[in-house]
Design a protein. Structure first.
Length: 133
């Protein structure tokens, strides 16, 4: 009985599903990207006192995974989060302006240029001379 009623309701609603809605017939629908975690991605400045670039890339990868960003979105956000020395490097680097540049190439270029080169002794000394502000 209930199955027959559902079949009748389905048959009645088929024309409604097939009819395009007025708002969709005017062109492609507007797609909005979810950038709620964008503010959690730290800016990276390329300076010695800042975080290593790997931390920034890790946070971008994490946000991209959670929000299902595309590869082009990860690249765009990586560029938007550049500042100071790394922004100057990006503007002057021909490898990052190629048409077929990928996120992996971008990460490789920046990781090679701004690798964290401090020794363990330097880090140990900074740890012991740290002061709370």
């Amino acid at each position: 009985m209930a199955e027959a009623r559902l079949c009748v309701e389905l048959d009645e609603s088929k024309p409604e599903f097939q009819r395009p809605k007025g708002s969709l017939s005017g062109g492609p629908p507007t797609v909005r990207k979810d950038v709620t975690l964008f503010s959690l991605v730290p800016k990276w400045s390329g300076l010695d006192l800042g975080d290593p670039i790997e931390k920034t890339f890790t946070s971008i990868e994490g946000a991209a995974y959670i929000l299902k960003w595309e590869v082009s979105d990860k690249f765009s956000i990586s560029v938007l989060k550049l500042s100071d020395a790394d922004r100057l490097f990006y503007n002057g680097c021909t490898e990052t302006y190629e048409k077929n540049v990928t996120c992996q190439m971008f990460k490789r270029v920046f990781s090679q240029k701004f690798k964290f080169t401090h020794t363990d002794q330097y880090n140990f000394m900074r740890l012991h001379t740290a002061r709370q502000m």
